[in-house]
Design a protein around this ligand. Structure first.
Ligand code: COI
Length: 359
C-alpha cells in the first residue's frame, strides 16, 4: 500500500476539538492535517505526505485560478457505536475521480493512492470523527492545476489534496426537514459534450447565480433542466433527484453526460429495488413532475448526495408557482430508504452489499 509520510503539525487541544465537534454544521471546520501528492509531467505522482492543514502557496498565474482546471470528490468516514471508523464505497469515488480528471485534462490518480490517502488521513484524524446523531467526517479529495502559465493548455504541474471536515446535516437544523427546490428557466448547468458528468468546480461555479435565484424565491436548492430542450429534469445544484409514485415506482433522471453519477444515487437504486420498488431511470419533464405532484400520482420527492444523504423535498417551484409534494412533510418511502442507507453507513445493520470498509 502507498505510504504517506507524516510531517509534524500543530494539534488542536482536546477541549477546542470537543467544542468544534459539538455542532459542526457542514464543511466549516477542518481537522489538523491534510494529505498531499504532487504530480509533474516529468516525475508522475510523487511526494505522498500528510502535513498540517493550512494555506497553499500558489503562484498567481496557477492555471486553476484562471481556467478552473480542477476536480473533486466528496465522501464520509462514519463512527460506529463500538468506536470503529468506516468508509462507504470509497472505491466508487476513486473511479469517478479518475473519470472527472480525464475529462478535465488532469492526470488520473491511481485508485490505490486515493484509498491510501483517505485511510491514512482518517487514521491520523480519528479523534475528529464526530459521534453525534448523523454526524460524520466529510472528506474532500481534490486536484488542481498549478502550472504558472496563462496559455490555455493542460497543466504539467498538479497537486492532489484531501482535507477533512467534521460535519452534521448539509441543510442545518435537527431531524429530517424537507427543503424546497426552485427550478430555474434562466440558467442551465451542463450541455451535451461538456463537463456535467464530471465532479469539477466549474459545474458548481455555473450553478451559483441560479442558487442565488433559488434563495431569492425562498428555496434552499436550485434544480436544472436540460440544456437542449429545456424540458427535462436533470439534477440539483449539489445533489440528484428522485420521485416516488403512488404505485410504488421510483423515478430518477437517467444518466447522461450532463448528469453526475451520484454514489448515493446508485446505492438508493439498489436499496429501492431490494425493497420491491420498481425502478425507472428515464427522462422526466418538469411538466410531468409538476402534473404528477398536483394529481397525487407522485407522492414523494427527495434529493440525495453524500452531503445531503436523503433529504425530502416539500415543494417544487418555478416562476409560475409552487407544487407542494403530498402534504409537504417527509414521505414514508423516503424515510424508509434513508433509514436503510444510514443504518448501513453507521453499522446498525449488516452490510450485505459490501459497501463499507473499516479504516
Ligand atoms: C457531496 O454530496 O459530497 C457533494 O459534493 C455535494 C456538494 C457539497 C458539492
Amino acid at each position: 500500500m502507498t505510504q504517506f509520510t507524516v510531517h509534524p503539525a500543530q494539534i488542536t487541544t482536546p477541549e477546542m476539538r470537543a467544542s468544534a465537534l459539538t455542532d459542526p454544521g457542514f464543511g466549516a471546520t477542518f481537522s489538523d492535517h491534510m494529505a498531499l501528492v504532487d504530480w509533474t509531467a516529468e516525475l508522475g505522482w510523487h511526494g505522498h505526505r500528510i502535513v498540517g492543514y493550512g494555506p497553499f502557496e500558489l503562484d498567481p498565474a496557477s492555471a486553476v485560478l484562471h481556467y478552473a482546471q480542477e476536480a473533486f470528490e466528496g465522501l464520509k468516514a462514519y463512527a460506529h457505536s463500538d468506536g470503529s471508523i468506516w468508509r462507504f464505497r470509497a472505491e466508487v469515488n476513486a473511479d469517478r475521480f479518475q473519470r472527472s480528471c480525464r475529462r478535465l485534462g488532469l492526470p488520473e490518480l491511481p485508485v490505490e493512492d486515493f484509498l491510501a490517502s483517505i485511510d491514512q488521513l482518517v487514521t491520523l484524524e480519528r479523534d475528529w470523527v464526530p459521534t453525534g446523531q448523523e454526524q460524520s467526517l466529510y472528506l474532500r479529495p481534490f486536484m488542481f492545476a498549478r502550472s504558472p502559465i496563462l496559455a490555455v493548455k493542460p497543466s504539467t504541474q498538479v497537486t492532489y489534496a484531501v482535507i477533512a471536515s467534521p460535519s452534521g446535516a448539509y441543510f442545518g437544523g435537527t431531524g429530517v426537514q424537507p427543503v424546497d427546490i426552485w427550478f430555474t428557466r434562466d440558467y442551465t448547468r451542463a450541455a451535451p459534450g461538456g463537463t456535467g458528468f464530471a465532479k469539477c468546480g466549474g459545474n458548481y461555479a455555473a450553478s451559483m447565480v441560479a442558487q442565488l435565484e433559488a434563495e431569492a424565491a425562498g428555496c434552499s436548492q436550485v434544480g436544472f433542466l436540460d440544456a437542449v430542450e429545456h424540458r427535462f429534469v436533470e439534477e440539483l445544484g449539489g445533489m440528484n433527484l428522485f420521485v416516488v409514485t403512488a404505485d410504488d415506482r421510483v423515478i430518477t433522471p437517467a444518466l447522461t453526460d450532463t448528469i453526475l453519477e451520484g454514489v448515493t444515487r446508485s446505492a438508493i437504486l439498489k436499496l429501492a429495488a431490494a425493497s420491491g420498488l420498481t425502478i425507472e431511470e428515464r427522462r422526466i419533464t418538469l411538466d410531468e413532475l409538476f402534473d404528477g405532484i398536483d394529481t397525487g400520482r407522485f407522492t414523494e420527492v427527495f434529493a440525495c448526495g453524500t452531503a445531503a444523504i436523503i433529504t425530502p423535498v416539500g415543494m417544487l417551484k418555478d416562476a409560475d408557482g409552487g407544487h407542494v409534494v403530498g402534504d409537504g412533510s417527509p414521505g414514508g418511502t423516503t424515510l424508509r430508504l434513508r433509514q436503510q442507507l444510514t443504518d448501513i453507513q453507521y453499522g446498525r445493520v449488516e452490510d450485505v452489499h459490501g459497501w463499507t470498509t473499516r479504516i
